[in-house]
Design a protein around this ligand. Structure first.
Ligand code: 6GU
Length: 289
């Protein structure tokens, strides 16, 4: 069971987390989602969540006195976070012990996780989407799919007071990540992207267990083309090799298509791929696909 908590000033933006694929995972009891309005932790008559930056400059910076208590409640499952869960969650899978509450399985439970030197693997992960973060990739998605509790702190693009992430390291393993080299208004859409990439890797979420193992990126290559019926459509024919019934030949053709596609579109990805003699013959133009 994976629990996701999202803290945001735009909770309705996260509605898609409960739809389609992710909604199915919730129904199956594989996933639990809590979306929390940051303003629940705002104090004062204006319920302000931000203020102007010290040192001057454009935009607003989000207040540590609002984010601090919000992240405390998400980590401890207390306050408005506990109240929301009691309202919306079926109690059925609420009382299962977390793996870190079960003795003797630590070694096994933390295998394949994203745990850095000096970090407590029992702490939840806190993902902070920011264009200034490390680029999120498939390896992060794979590692995070083994987590039990991931929290997301959606800040506006100008940012959250830096002391919030410094302090959060006492209660979380903190990761600042970007989903690409462009600027979004806030982290909400990045959370949708990351959550989908992570949740689809949890066993039982995708119908077909094999289908994500040959994805683009799982072997470091982009996927080549796919075809289905009809065999001929608007004068375009499905490549003959796919009807040969020769699995070795079909696999070779698929790898060749993936190699050529990657060379054309993302040649830098080939640096991280182990190429054998046949692969190099193709890529160096000494053999046809
Ligand atoms: Cl993760 N957040 C924001 N606000 N902008 C981004 C981003 C994240 N990744 C790329 N641009």
């Amino acid at each position: 069971m994976l629990r996701l908590d999202v803290v945001t000033i735009f909770p309705e933006y996260l509605d898609p987390l409960r739809h389609a694929l992710l909604g199915k995972a919730i129904e199956k009891g594989i996933l639990e989602v809590g979306v929390h309005d940051l303003r629940q932790w705002a104090t004062g008559v204006h319920q302000a969540v931000d203020d102007s930056p010290y040192g001057g400059g454009p935009g607003m910076v989000m207040l540590p006195e609002v984010w601090g208590p919000a992240l405390d409640d998400v980590a401890a499952h207390t306050g408005p976070v506990a109240a929301a869960a009691a309202l919306e969650t079926a109690e059925a899978h609420r009382n299962v012990p977390r793996h870190d509450e079960v003795e003797g399985i630590e070694e096994q439970a933390y295998l394949g996780r994203d745990v850095r030197e000096g970090e407590d693997p029992a702490l939840p992960l806190l993902i902070v989407p920011t264009p200034a973060g490390k680029p999120f990739d498939q390896e992060d998605a794979r590692a995070w799919s083994n987590e039990e509790h991931i929290a997301f702190a959606c800040g506006r693009y100008e940012g959250i007071d830096d002391r919030v992430t410094q302090d959060a390291k006492n209660r979380y393993r903190v990761r600042e990540v970007s989903i690409g080299d462009y600027v979004l208004i806030g982290g909400e859409v990045a959370v949708l992207v990351i959550a989908e990439a992570v949740v689809r890797l949890i066993p039982g979420v995708l119908g077909n267990r094999r289908s994500h193992e040959d994805d683009s990126f799982s072997d470091g290559l982009l996927e080549g083309p796919s075809y289905t019926k009809p065999r001929s459509w608007r004068g375009l024919d499905v490549p003959e090799v796919l009807f040969s019934g020769n699995h070795a030949k079909v696999d070779r053709w698929r790898r060749d298509q993936a190699l050529l596609k990657t060379q054309q579109v993302r040649p830098e990805l080939l640096e991280g791929v182990e190429l054998d003699k046949k692969d190099r013959e193709l890529l160096e133009g000494r053999r046809d696909a």
